[in-house]
Ligand binder design. Structure first.
Ligand code: CO
Ligand code: ZN
Length: 330
């Protein structure tokens, strides 16, 4: 699965511009699912299992998009001003490299405003290596993703866009491995999560599931002087109890915990005080849907060097595959 993750993180797909990532997933899943379609917003909706069986309509969601930047202004000396697409932290941004969808590379610099405090994004610029506006290889409205190499540290993987390509990889594996499920399982690869779970909202309305589960990353409390959060890398998938956008259905939490115990998969309970996932949008679609989330613990989320533990990734696949093989009684 490491190769799959490496391939996925290397594709640029800022919110709204997920087409290349989506095409990769479509190719990779060909022949492994019963149906596949792209909805008008760009979500890739795959389906596997009996349509009128004894099971539930289950929607699994992992988002294709990643955070990025968009050009707002070009100045006379060839510097591009920009704003953010999704939750880009200014503190992670100076010195970062970006890659535009047209292939142009650039480095983010800042006005000399003092190096002890965090410079706001509007005092930063993208330097694409030219000196005149007329030479600029990018235009206002052009979008770029962060650029950083994938590192395999053995147990741990480091890359940009692990949020949420690692979830995309987990969902691909689940759809491949699921056989003989009694459920009608929709593997949905969503767009525009990072700008407010927009793709999942539309997809959930269309799928109209009985149960919704997001697969995404979460923060950890295992680094020096980190916030008191009981999630660590390497201690298993995190079963979300609450984040700032939703409260998981307690029946879904209990079902996931029981499944982890039965299969002897290590797990953690997640309470995230800032941020949310596609599960929020699924939960409040139509008349409401029981929803939860399996989170992959991740350090340095929304920086160009996010880190996950490979065993947590594998265990997330295991947990969901064995949960979906059996009848579900919430
Ligand atoms: Co994110
Ligand atoms: Zn995410």
């Amino acid at each position: 699965m490491k190769e799959l993750i490496q391939d996925l993180v290397q594709i640029a797909g800022p919110s709204g511009y997920e087409a290349d990532v989506r095409e990769y997933v479509q190719k990779d899943l060909k022949g492994h699912v019963d149906e596949m379609k792209v909805d008008p917003l760009g979500n890739l909706i795959t389906r596997k299992g009996p349509k009128d069986g004894s099971g539930l309509n289950v929607m699994l969601a992992a988002h294709l998009d990643e955070i990025g930047v968009i050009v707002t202004h070009l100045d006379d000396n060839g510097f591009a001003r920009f704003t953010t697409v999704g939750g880009v932290f200014p503190r992670n941004t100076v010195g970062a490299r970006v890659k535009f969808l047209n292939g142009t590379g650039g480095v983010i610099g800042m006005e000399p405003t003092g190096y002890s405090s965090v410079t706001p994004i509007n005092q930063m610029y993208i330097d694409v290596g030219v000196t005149k506006k007329s030479e600029m290889p990018v235009k206002v409205g052009d979008v770029a993703a962060f650029e950083r190499t994938f590192e395999d540290l053995g147990k741990r993987l480091v890359s940009k866009a692990l949020d949420d390509r690692v979830g995309v990889a987990v969902l691909i594996e689940i759809m491949k491995q699921l056989k003989d499920t009694p459920h009608n399982v929709f593997g949905v690869f969503t767009v525009q999560e990072e700008v407010g779970v927009r793709g999942a909202a539309a997809a959930a309305y269309g799928v109209d599931p009985d149960l919704g589960i997001a697969i995404d990353v979460t923060l950890t409390g295992d680094t020096p002087k980190a916030k008191t959060m009981d999630v660590s890398l390497g201690k298993g998938p995190a079963i979300k109890v609450k984040d700032s956008g939703m409260i998981s259905d307690p029946r879904v939490v209990a079902w996931m915990e029981a499944g982890a115990k039965r299969a002897r998969i290590p797990y953690q309970k997640e309470i995230l005080t800032g941020g949310s996932t596609d599960a929020r949008a699924i939960q409040i679609t139509r008349e409401g849907v029981p929803a939860g989330c399996v989170s992959i613990p991740c350090r340095y989320v929304h920086s160009p060097s996010e880190m996950v533990d490979y065993k947590d990734v594998q265990d997330s696949v295991k947990l969901l595959v064995q949960l979906l093989k059996r009848p579900i009684k919430l």
